[in-house]
Design a binder for this molecule. Structure first.
Ligand SMILES: Cc1ncc(COP(=O)(O)O)c(C=O)c1O
Length: 414
């Protein structure tokens, strides 16, 4: 069915991109098999020069850098806008790089979670990332409601690991009149399931709900059309598939139709104020007519510089091309696991490639932690999630078919 991994790599049109990243080394000097880009992406070699440029301008011209740096700092975040918009399928005025994921979640919930006595509930996956659960619970309490009655958790059917879209639609149809906000991941961090954005959004809108997504595991991984799918708002981080470094600056999207809605409550700061009059320093707020009006503070330039280095790479490779390779890489991983499986591993991620990104989550039936430790000892970087799952994510920018081949050999070595 498949050619040899070496041949697959040879004919990979994106193979030169691996060279653009630092691959950590094992003690023996060989590259590790890095399958943890869903947790922390590798460092693009160009990050250093991007960050150094800003350090240099800070060193040489300091304050002047806001206007006269090679990449002036006042508008620096704008240099990332078009590339970000292309990446997530949005209009430039709908995306901004700011803060971190959970911070952006709260800021956008201020605008998009407006509970009333009749419609106060939030629908969330039962196995969403903990930060989302904490944030959602605190939002419900902040508005004076009770988590017991205002949180609706969507669970998989008994004996299943992933959630069927028809079950989500059915729940929204049944309960939607009391749901203020539907909050789903684009890709679930644990199972690797990619949710059907468009169907969920349509079902929610039909019942009058606002629909938002946590794209931590989707940005840089899936091809998305946030604008066309009419998603109301979304947030993401840039340290996973986006390779912008630990604690990287986050991203936010708000659909065009909400941008000039003056009735939306919003927390304000000076960086959301009209750029022409910002430095008049008066106290009359005029909102920037884009998602930038959700900005509060002037952004961290060194972090934007590192994200810019990564966005240049994504833009040159193209998310459609990356996704094509990603489907092949993950299907190859799935094929090898199925071929070699001695009944010790279950893949809990959906088999349908439209319902997953690059990650496969492997349930290890016995002694999973020992196996995980052995993988680490033998040069594989992946991660362990309690109680019994090893997550592996071959990333199309820097993983090879040979990485996947070698990984499965180590996984099933007896
Ligand atoms: C799905 C998901 N949501 C939220 C977070 C929290 O992100 P942050 O620490 O950037 O707020 C993470 C972090 O890994 C995540 O995977």
């Amino acid at each position: 069915m498949f050619k040899s991994p070496k041949d697959l790599d040879l004919f990979d049109p994106l193979k030169q991109y691996r060279e653009k990243f630092f691959i950590p080394k094992q003690k023996n000097g060989e590259d590790v098999i890095y399958l943890a880009g869903n947790s922390l992406g590798l460092q693009p070699k160009t990050v250093r020069e991007h960050v150094e440029q800003e350090l240099l301008d800070w060193e040489k011209i300091a304050l002047e850098g806001h206007i006269s740096a090679k990449n002036p700092w006042l508008p620096y975040h704008e240099f990332l806008t078009d590339q970000t918009a292309r990446l997530v399928g949005a209009k430039p005025e709908e995306v901004v790089s700011m803060n971190a994921l959970t911070v952006n979640l709260h800021l956008l919930f201020v605008s998009f979670y407006r509970p009333t006595n009749k419609r106060h509930r939030i629908l969330i996956e039962s196995k969403a990332f903990p930060s989302d659960h904490y944030a959602v619970q605190s939002q419900i309490r902040f508005h004076g409601f009770d988590v017991e009655t205002s949180l609706v958790e969507m669970k998989p059917r008994g004996g299943e690991d992933t959630i069927r879209t028809e079950d989500i639609e059915e729940l929204i149809e049944r309960e939607g009149d009391s749901i203020a906000l539907i909050w789903f991941a684009g890709v679930n961090y644990y199972s690797g399931q990619a949710f059907e954005f468009e169907r969920i959004t349509k079902a929610g809108h039909k019942k009058g709900c606002v629909v938002g997504f946590d794209l931590a595991h989707a940005t840089g991984n899936l091809v998305m059309k946030l604008h066309e799918w009419e998603i109301d708002f979304a947030v993401w981080c840039n340290y996973k598939y986006m390779n912008a470094g630990p604690g990287a600056i986050g991203g936010a999207y708000v659909h065009e139709k909400h941008l000039n809605d003056q009735s939306l409550p919003k927390f304000l700061g000076w960086w959301g104020h009209d750029k022409e009059t910002r430095f008049l320093m008066d106290h009359k707020y005029i909102a920037i007519p884009t998602v930038e009006s959700w900005q509060l503070s002037n952004p961290p330039i060194l972090q934007l510089a590192s994200l810019k280095a990564s966005l240049d790479i994504f833009d040159s490779a193209g998310i459609n091309e990356l996704r094509k390779k990603s489907e092949q890489l993950t299907s190859y991983l799935e094929y090898l696991i199925k071929e070699k499986n001695d009944n010790t591993v279950d893949i809990i991620t959906p088999q349908n490639i439209n319902e997953r990104g690059c990650q496969l989550s492997l349930r290890i039936k016995t002694n999973g932690k020992d196996l995980y430790q052995r993988l680490l000892n033998e040069g594989v970087v992946c991660d362990w999630r309690e109680p019994d799952v090893i997550r592996v994510a071959p990333v199309p920018l820097y993983n090879s078919f040979e990485d996947v081949f070698n990984f499965t050999n180590i996984l099933f070595k007896r």
